[in-house]
Design a protein around this ligand. Structure first.
Ligand code: AHR
Length: 505
């Protein structure tokens, strides 16, 4: 029997490392309707837009303070040639997107992506092509983006309408180079990474943050080799700034487990637990990969960049909409919370992460249905975590029961706490049990007596509920007032399968 009452404490006066806002990033790939229809509708569209970029999508992403967005893939990045997406749109080639079986009009290219980032107030993260590209092609793209005018590709950029350098900082050198990005061995990619990354220019005010392709799931050999060979090579010890990691719940399989056949909106409590356990497996992955990184880079200069994560369900039966389109339920909001909490636990090393993908594909915060954009329960999880962005992590103590499913552990309650520059303290409470409520007593010693709690909670009437154009707020966070607070102690009953955020300020 698990105890149904937990007593926890947050040490408000012991601020730890900063929680990088970049762990709440997104990912846009030319896949299904992730870019076309959701971000890009074009300048002739009746859907409200600014220079072809959908206004409601931008607004919804600004509300969750999307800090960055990765583009153009994914597997698509290693087949993408940037010159096809610059200059006058009418002159751009119409090509096959063989990666994902579609036609690529190239209407959304470099300028459009950077305009979207500027409108959304997000930093661009560009993934360059190693799989089918060349060092020269990647080097040229960086020059086109970041060099000052007066010569070469910067003058071409100016002729296209943007004289000022874009100042792109975050740069991926290939994607999944062990898989769709070239089927390379770690030893081979290590040399390729050094050659590519070393050739990319650092221009004024925009020294690149170079991200090496990292392991898929539990490929610890990959991490070992890339850290050994690339984290500090003799003639350029700062060639690598980040190592990526990809893990999809139900897309990557923990060792010794079978692929689950989970559906997005049709599931039992037992299948809920499977998602919690397979989702929380990311914490073991991060612990083990960062353990290897610590050996090679004890100062933690090279950051872990989890640039693809999320749920990946089996396709729903019934007519297929666009590729990898899947709905989201409160189960995915809880999976998001567990994942954020793991990033926060490892804040010393995890600098950035990108949920895959921002709209209409896999673990999306937004779904577009014609002219209507719907915020998913996952959007609400991102929204509840906004106060943790760039705040300092606070220690949480107390005994939290560990549950297991499929032999994999996960916490009954996952808690993150942080203190913002303003002094306000936020605690997020992700209650992973789908059927039983939980009594919680949360002490916050050291909290000023003037601090007042303001809280929101995300629950769902049925765990399988999702948001649709007819019911866009079926699963949405609400103001939460049904708790008691006094003398620095909060007591509450957390409903089954719920996510709450309390800010004391
Ligand atoms: O997100 C879909 C695909 O999954 C990405 O393109 C690839 O990087 C990963 O394997």
């Amino acid at each position: 029997m698990q105890p149904s009452r937990l007593a926890l404490s947050v040490a408000v006066d012991q601020p730890g490392p900063k929680i990088s806002r970049h762990i709440f990033g997104q990912f846009a790939e030319h896949l299904g309707t992730c870019v076309y229809d959701s971000i890009w509708v074009g300048e002739d569209s009746p859907i409200p837009h600014v220079r072809g970029i959908r206004r409601d999508v931008v607004e919804a992403l600004r509300e969750i303070r999307m800090p960055n967005i990765r583009w153009p893939g994914g597997c698509f990045a290693d087949a993408y040639h940037w010159r096809n997406g610059i200059g006058p749109r009418a002159a751009r080639p119409r090509l096959r997107n063989d990666t994902w079986g579609a036609i690529e009009t190239n209407a959304f290219g470099t300028f459009e992506f950077l305009d979207f980032c500027a409108q959304a107030n997000a930093e661009p993260v560009i993934c360059g092509n190693v799989g089918t590209g060349t060092v020269q092609e990647m080097r040229d793209w960086v020059e086109y983006l970041n060099a000052p005018t007066g010569a070469g590709l910067a003058d071409e950029r100016a002729a296209h309408g943007h004289p000022a350098p874009f100042g792109v900082r975050y740069w991926g050198v290939g994607n999944e180079s062990w898989g769709c990005g070239g089927l390379m061995r770690a030893e081979y990619y290590a040399d390729e990474f050094r050659r590519y990354a070393n050739a990319l220019g650092n221009y004024e005010k925009s020294a690149l943050f170079r991200i090496a392709t990292g392991p898929g799931v539990d490929d610890y050999h990959w991490t070992e080799v890339i850290m050994r060979e690339c984290s500090a090579p003799r003639f350029n010890p700062r060639v690598m700034d980040g190592l990526s990691l990809h893990y999809y719940m139900n897309g990557g399989i923990p060792p010794g487990r079978a692929q689950l056949k989970l559906l997005a909106t049709d599931f039992t409590p037992d299948q809920w637990r499977a998602v919690m356990a397979h989702g929380w497996f990311i914490d073991e992955l991060i612990t083990k990969h960062t353990g290897i990184m610590d050996r090679h880079d004890p100062e933690r200069r090279v950051k872990l960049i989890v640039d693809e994560w999320g749920s990946w369900y089996a396709p729903d039966p019934g007519p297929r909409t666009s590729l990898f389109f899947q709905q989201q339920t409160i189960r995915d909001a809880l999976l998001s919370a567990l994942t954020f909490d793991s990033f926060i636990r490892h804040a010393e090393r995890v600098h950035m992460a990108n949920a895959a993908q921002v709209a209409n594909v896999l673990h999306s915060v937004l779904l577009t249905f014609g002219a209507t954009t719907v915020r998913t329960p996952t959007w609400h999880a991102f929204h509840l975590y906004v106060p943790h962005q760039d705040a300092q992590r606070l220690p949480v103590s107390g005994e939290i029961p560990v549950l297991t499913h499929d032999g994999l552990p996960y916490p009954r309650l996952s808690v993150s706490a942080s203190r913002a520059d303003t002094g306000s303290v936020t605690v997020t409470l992700a209650h992973t049990d789908p059927t039983e409520p939980l009594e919680l007593e949360l002490a916050l010693p050291g909290l000023p007596s003037t601090a007042k709690p303001h809280a929101h909670i995300l629950t769902a009437r049925a765990l399988t509920d999702c948001n649709t154009p007819d019911a866009p707020n079926r699963v949405a966070s609400q103001k939460w007032e049904s708790f008691r607070y006094g003398s620095g102690k909060l007591t509450a009953t957390l409903p089954p399968g719920s996510l709450a955020a309390v800010t004391f300020g």
